[in-house]
Design a protein around this ligand. Structure first.
Ligand code: SF4
Length: 594
């Protein structure tokens, strides 16, 4: 199957119709985020109620997803966000992306909502075939149990993505979960922006892609595609961060815990310090040690792992499986840096087992760990439970599933908790909580949080790669306030990668190795039969950003919304005792002219 053979699968949840539409020419060169954002821009009224019938939820595999290119099994989920009120794209791996692409889906568009408020549905997709099936029996079921039942019911080791309890309760902290590759566990999240609530508002519990083998997606120019894939693979495998036995395979993304702590930028106890004395106990190194320890103790019975892929064909394999310490069995997979920080350092919790349990609970409830960790942090700041009390945090989080009023407040995200309890130390932009890097200590990432169209989101312009980790061996001073150009360059390149179907983590290698960068661009060009060169990346990424920014403008956003919260300008953060001091004019330079 050629990429151009893939079709638009349009599902209307009011009349329960299923239509396969030939991909319109105007969308034919798009994929992933470029495609979800374009469809949202063209088909969703900017002032639509995010949980109303006029919003749409779009799922699109990337341009090279479904092929045999390395680390290419990602998909984008897009909609108008109930959390930010603007356009949103969230990106994930798992079983579904390759399967969906190989089933012939260029984009799945879910529109409208059933008139019967009590009816719940699953969507089942096979090659060139889809149906909507009644699913009331799964309503408000925990995601582990739900995915296990669906895994047993559908015969072809299906890809499953879904709305979770939080999404079905229409809570703004809800993500769209996806199952892991080796089992049914819901460990893969298109987590941000409350997109799980949009799926829940459509009365969809799960989308099950159950094709048998599928058909590998072929490029227009297969020879060019194969040699470019090889160049990319070599760059990834030869790099000390992304390669075999490299930093990501050994310690996962959570290798960052100690690094960011040492940089004085690890948000601690609801953003009141940049240093957490217990960081090493919840770090990637601690997970690695635990995996080795239970392996030694329980032998083949032990289920912990590092160097674990989140989708078939990932050569980086940054994922992990955290075991229970007392029996070696699977506790949660994966435990990423962002989750370990949000549910650990940000809450003052240094007990790895408690952090893993909080992550497992988020997965079971269908909650974004970043938003939920921030919400719990604000709740601790409000004195509801003490900082550092893991058991109390677990108990409070369970209230989300019980649907108590306090549980619903926590599940609605940090801004809501702050408003209800009068806490002004809320680290959010455009309604969405900040991830695990304090912008007072690392300015470029703050520029991205402020100016990116998605609200506070590190993945839309990861300047940490330059400011902390170094690109081509050079580190840009994290405290330099002139970061508009850096953030813009990262935002544009990222928009291209998010559209390609590659995992963003290929950036660690391709920013260092020119042949890898060219390989990435050439695979995309070969897949589409285009003549893109390396210089086209920023132009194509810019087009995606412009579409998103224009949607937000029409939804009522101005440059005055591109600002960090007031407390960051006034509360210095230890240990460097720095405030947010990037001038507004520097922020306005990022996208200019709005
Ligand atoms: S690098 Fe990590 S997050 Fe990215 S696709 Fe591979 S396992 Fe998944």
């Amino acid at each position: 199957m050629l990429e151009s053979d893939k079709q638009i699968l349009r599902i209307n949840m009011r009349d329960l119709s299923v239509k396969w539409e030939k991909t319109p020419e105007k969308w034919s060169k798009l994929g992933g985020r470029g495609l979800t954002s374009t469809i949202v821009f063209e088909e969703v009224p900017p002032l639509a109620e995010p949980l109303g019938r006029h919003n749409k939820l779009i799922v699109a595999p990337g341009i090279v997803t479904g092929s045999n290119a390395p680390t290419s099994g990602r998909l984008s989920v897009g909609a108008k966000s109930p959390l930010t009120g603007g356009i949103k794209e969230a990106n994930a791996g798992g079983r579904t992306p390759h399967k969906l692409a190989r089933a012939g889906v260029k984009a799945l568009i879910i529109e409208d909502k059933p008139s019967d408020n009590d009816a719940w549905y699953n969507i089942v997709i096979r090659k060139n075939d889809a149906e909507i099936v009644q699913a009331n029996e799964y309503h408000l079921m925990g995601a582990y149990k739900l995915t296990k039942l669906l895994w047993e019911k559908y015969p072809n080791k299906p890809g499953i993505i879904g709305s979770g309890i939080a999404g079905q309760l229409l809570l703004k902290g809800a993500g769209v979960f996806g199952n892991n590759i080796e089992n049914s566990d819901p460990g893969r999240y298109a987590g941000r922006g409350g997109l799980g609530a949009v799926l829940g508002s459509k009365k969809v519990i799960a989308i099950i892609t159950d094709d048998k083998e599928g058909e590998v997606v072929k490029a227009v120019d297969e020879d060019k595609f194969k040699s470019a894939s090889k160049a990319l693979r070599e760059a990834l495998q030869g790099h000390p961060v992304t390669g075999k036995d490299g930093g990501l395979q050994n310690y996962g993304t959570n290798i960052l815990m100690n690094i960011i702590n040492e940089a004085g930028a690890l948000p601690t106890r609801n953003w009141s310090s940049g240093y957490f004395e217990g960081a090493s106990k919840i770090s990637g190194e601690a997970v690695h040690e635990l995996v080795d320890k239970v392996k030694e103790k329980f032998g083949d019975e032990a289920e912990g792992a590092y160097a674990h892929p989140c989708h078939p064909g990932c050569v980086i394999q940054c994922s992990n499986v955290v075991p229970y310490e007392d029996n070696g069995k699977l506790h949660v997979a994966p435990l990423e840096y962002e989750s370990a920080w949000a549910l650990g350092a940000n809450l003052g919790i240094d007990n790895l087992q408690q952090v893993a349990e909080l992550n497992r609970l988020c997965n079971d409830l269908g909650l974004d760990t970043i938003e939920t960790g921030n919400a719990l942090g604000v709740a601790m700041d409000a004195g509801i439970i003490p900082f550092g009390d893991g058991e109390a945090a677990i108990k409070l989080l369970k209230e989300v599933g019980e649907g108590t009023p306090l549980g619903r407040i926590i599940g609605s995200g940090a801004v809501t908790v702050g408003k209800v309890y009068g806490v002004t130390r809320v680290a959010a932009v455009k309604g969405q909580s900040m991830p695990a890097y304090d912008p007072r200590a690392i300015k470029g990432i703050g520029v991205t949080y402020a100016t990116g169209p998605q609200g506070a989101d590190h993945t839309q312009g990861y300047t940490i790669a330059a400011e902390i980790l170094g690109v081509k061996g050079q580190v840009t001073n994290p405290r330099d306030i002139n970061k508009a150009d850096l953030s813009r360059a990262f935002q544009e390149t990222t928009a291209f990668i998010d559209s390609s179907g590659y995992c963003l983590f290929i950036a660690f290698a391709i920013l260092d190795v020119d042949e890898g960068f060219k390989g990435m661009v050439d695979t995309v060009a070969a897949m589409l039969g285009e003549n893109y060169g390396v210089d086209d990346v920023t132009k194509l990424g810019r087009n995606v950003l412009n579409t998103e920014l224009e949607f937000n403008r029409r939804a009522g956003f101005t440059k005055e919304h591109d600002r960090l919260p007031e407390f960051m300008k006034e509360e210095p953060i230890a240990p460097h005792n720095v405030v947010w001091d990037v001038p507004d004019e520097e922020l306005d330079k990022v996208h200019g002219g709005r």
